[in-house]
Design a protein around this ligand. Structure first.
Ligand code: C2E
Ligand code: CA
Ligand code: CA
Length: 659
């Protein structure tokens, strides 16, 4: 039983939180304890002053006062200092022995006064002992051992002393005190465990809160991090940019945005595999992160796109320097298990203007990136006034095309295709023109991609095809007419249905051919095949346009139901100068011959180019040398002129033979 009581009384706090809480509570109560102790002591000393020796009524209380003041000031000074749980645990042991020693001292002192007083003064000693013991125990309640030690050390000699005094009242006081202190002890133990529970539940709550906070922080981190590269993602990029712009508006450093976009990344995935593509992206992220200055920001925006927020010096000179550094870092080879990859990255930059939003600044950098891609892949373009004008023009053009009367404004020109082996024009390519009442003549190179973007190409193709069909009816048979189809037409079953029904509306055998690019086929090979079959069902023929500029896959040439290949102008331009181009042209001509399909050369401008192509075995030619794109009426005149030229040549020839 005694061992159990000892275990309960002397049990140290079992958690660091409890030790700290007890220490904090005790720190608040210790000064009060000393004030109460000294006040009680001086009141008792005063009632005995003159009756008891000065040694007891003055010197001892004064010494105890000095000790009390020193202890209080030590406590007060240390109260706000940060304490670790370990320190608190150690410090909580101190009060136990100090309290025990002081209790012995005060009890001995008060009992030594007892003999000098009358009955009233003796009652004062009893009162002093009772009140002081209870008060001290209360103040020490958070250090249970100290409270109990005070109770026992003061109570034992005090009750023994009164019990043996034989005085009935004093014996009653002694018994009363024992009961009160025992009750107080019980309350202290109960209070203590309540306090421990409270602290434990508070600690648990704090732990749960900390865990919830950790999860929340982790969530935010995940939501703002790109999983593949570990870099911040688009969301963080937008937040950082918005913040940087706000700082700039408040007089902070200049801001610029750079977007790095890997060129032809799709082909890396196709050739080396998705994993290799991923590791290129990760490595690219590392390289950009390494270049990052402390105040700038790098994020992976999407796919093969990285965004940078640059701050500080954003003059063109500084941006050019940064672009060169980025270009250099990204140009170095990437080692992947399947081999070494070299790639180029197009970079677009834009500098923040007054009142800019993150979205507007991003859009300008994005536009600069698309210009870099369009004009020179692997280069860097800083958004400038010319681009702003271009954007304004495109927007205006988009609006005008949207509201255009296509029947009125779109017209077609025909460019002859001449067959050397037959010595005559065998067909025409239809080239669209937009004559806008506001903008004048707009090139199809401009308005076709725009119409594709804004979803108007289907309507435009229909208009062109309708006009082409009408013109074809006026051309002598067996001339054929080629109409260009956009990737969007090939990829859309409803657009193809529209084309099919338009052609069917016209009587007679189909004399239309369709020109499509490899890029259009590649977007969705299965759908493209379906579309081609539907067109072939009309009796139309299919030409693969711009061969040599896109994927240039000879496998496509063999697998698709093609009737002809159109070799791009860029090869023709090099036929007289570049042996590699000559070799490629020769290979394609031979392949076409083997497959039984025809091969058309585009953009022939000079006799030398023509001679070169004839030398390699080319037969069907198209280009300014044979006729520029012309109106349908001019095309008819062209045919007539050709006819009479052929007739007179034949007549001359025959007369020559006869002569
Ligand atoms: P494309 O299909 O490769 O058309 C050939 C382009 O080269 C035409 O430009 C033509 O005028 C031009 N060209 C022809 N011979 C020569 C030459 O000897 N030298 C030079 N320098 N150029 C020559 P155009 O008419 O400006 O058309 C550009 C592109 O716009 C076309 O390239 C085609 O992709 C697209 N396009 C034109 N009309 C249509 C159309 O009706 N529908 C669709 N979807 N696209 C069209
Ligand atoms: Ca074409
Ligand atoms: Ca072409």
């Amino acid at each position: 039983m005694i061992r159990r009581i000892f275990r309960i009384v002397f049990k140290p706090p079992d958690t660091p939180e409890l030790a700290l809480a007890q220490w904090n509570a005790l720190s608040r109560q210790i000064p009060l304890l000393y004030i109460m102790l000294l006040a009680n002591t001086w009141v008792l000393a005063l009632t005995h002053f003159g009756r008891a020796p000065r040694f007891l009524t003055l010197y001892i209380p004064s010494t105890l006062t000095v000790v009390g003041i020193v202890r209080t000031s030590v406590w007060l000074r240390g109260r706000n200092a940060p304490v670790s749980a370990h320190q608190a645990l150690r410090a909580l042991r101190g009060p136990i022995w100090i309290a025990g020693t002081l209790a012995v001292g005060f009890t001995a002192w008060s009992l030594s006064l007892y003999g000098y007083g009358d009955a009233y003064m003796q009652s004062h000693v009893a009162f002093y002992m009772g009140v002081t013991t209870i008060g001290c125990m209360f103040c020490l309640m958070h250090v249970r051992a100290a409270a109990f030690l005070v109770g026992v050390v003061a109570l034992l000699p005090f009750s023994a002393f009164f019990a043996i005094s034989g005085q009935q009242t004093l014996v009653a006081i002694a018994i009363n005190m024992v009961l009160v202190v025992a009750g107080l002890g019980y309350i202290l133990v109960a209070n203590n465990s309540d306090f421990a529970e409270l602290v434990a539940s508070r600690a648990e709550m704090a732990r749960r809160q900390a865990e919830a906070q950790r999860l929340l922080t982790e969530n935010v981190r995940l939501a703002s991090t790109d999983a593949l590269t570990g870099l911040p993602n688009q969301r963080s990029f937008e937040l950082f940019l918005t913040h940087a712009l706000a700082e700039e508006a408040a007089g902070g450093a200049g801001v610029a945005v750079a977007i790095a976009d890997i060129d032809r990344f799709k082909s890396i995935n196709q050739i080396f595999g998705q994993l290799a593509g991923d590791s290129v992206i990760v490595e690219m992220g590392h390289r950009l992160e390494k270049l990052r200055r402390p105040d700038s920001f790098v994020a992976r925006l999407e796919g093969n796109r990285f965004g940078l927020v640059l701050r500080g010096d954003v003059t063109p000179v500084a941006l050019n320097k940064t672009s060169a550094m980025i270009g250099h870092a990204l140009h170095k080879a990437f080692d992947v298990p399947a081999g070494v990859i070299r790639l180029s990255t197009s970079l677009g930059l834009a500098v923040a203007e007054a009142g800019d939003t993150a979205a507007a600044l991003y859009d300008r950098a994005d536009y600069a990136t698309s210009v870099a891609k369009r004009e020179a892949q692997g280069s860097a373009v800083i958004f400038g006034c010319e681009h702003a004008l271009e954007i304004r023009r495109v927007r205006q053009m988009e609006h005008l095309l949207h509201t255009a009367d296509l029947e009125q404004e779109i017209h077609i020109l025909l460019q002859p295709q001449f067959d050397i082996s037959q010595g005559q024009t065998t067909g025409f390519e239809v080239l669209a023109r937009w004559r806008s009442p506001v903008l004048g003549e707009v090139s199809p190179a401009e308005f076709v991609p725009m119409a594709e973007r804004t979803g108007q190409i289907t309507r435009i193709t229909q208009t062109i095809l309708r006009k082409a069909l009408t013109v074809t009816a006026t051309l002598p048979r067996p001339l054929r007419v080629s109409v260009n189809l956009s990737a969007n037409d090939i990829g859309s079953p409803s657009a193809i249905d529209g084309i099919v029904s338009l052609v069917r509306e016209h009587a007679g055998p189909c004399r239309i051919d369709f020109e499509i690019t490899e890029t259009a086929l590649m977007r969705d090979l299965a759908q493209a095949n379906q579309s081609l079959l539907a067109l072939l069902g009309l009796g139309a023929r299919i030409a693969l346009d711009d061969f040599g500029t896109g994927h240039s896959s000879l496998t496509h040439v063999q697998k698709l139901p093609l009737h002809r290949i159109k070799i791009d102008r860029s090869f023709v331009a090099e036929v007289t100068t570049d042996t590699a181009s000559r070799a490629i042209i020769k290979t394609v001509i031979d392949l076409c011959r083997n497959l039984g399909i025809s091969c058309v050369f585009e953009g022939i401008e000079t006799e030398e180019q023509l001679d070169g192509l004839i030398g390699l075995g080319g037969t069907v030619m198209q280009g300014y040398l044979f006729g520029r794109p012309m109106t349908p009426q001019a095309a008819l005149d062209h045919l007539k002129a050709e006819d009479s030229y052929v007739h007179s040549a034949r007549r001359d020839h025959m007369m020559g033979v006869a002569g």
